[in-house]
Design a protein around this ligand. Structure first.
Ligand SMILES: [Zn+2]
Length: 162
């Protein structure tokens, strides 16, 4: 790079020295900017880590500064919304969350391939799940109504809002 600028300077004749010096400045500035970027990246990572630490404390019910609490609330709300959206995708794909291990399992499976838990679409007619594919949608909405988890409640709330 430096050679290139030196050659360029020579070709330009009498202004060669000025050009070389300016080019050298530009290179120096680029080099310093590179260092600044590196430091800024380091700070971004550490600040994120700092935030994560505070958020973890907040989730565990620990004491968090008032200004941090508002941000933690916002993060928690977004996490809840993400969870709802993921459930929505799962619903479209025809999968449901395993009651025992929490992984997404196709509704056409009778047992969870990860932990062996029986896949239940609805508590009342769990036995019919496998061969009763036509009523899947219906069974799905029933399941949401008698779900006992906080997530299901959240989804119910969301559906009510629609
Ligand atoms: Zn499972």
């Amino acid at each position: 790079m430096r050679d290139f600028f030196e050659d360029l300077g020579k070709r330009l004749g009498e202004t060669a020295e000025t050009v070389t010096s300016k080019a050298g400045d530009a290179i120096e500035i680029q080099r310093i900017k590179g260092q600044i970027r590196g430091l800024a990246r380091g700070n971004a990572v550490d600040l994120m880590e700092l935030g994560r630490t505070i958020y973890d404390r907040y989730k565990e019910g620990g004491e968090v500064e008032e200004s941090a609490k508002a941000l933690c609330d916002a993060v928690r709300d977004r996490e809840a919304a993400i969870e709802d959206y993921e459930k929505k995708i799962a619903k479209i794909r025809g999968t449901s969350e395993c009651a025992r291990c929490g992984r997404m399992v196709s509704k056409e499976m009778s047992y969870c391939p990860y932990c062996g838990e029986k896949v239940t679409v609805c508590d009342a007619d769990a036995e019919e799940v496998q061969d009763d594919t036509d009523t899947d949608d219906q069974a799905d909405s029933v399941k949401e109504k008698d779900g006992d988890t906080a997530e299901t409640t959240a989804e119910k709330t969301e559906e009510a809002a629609e």
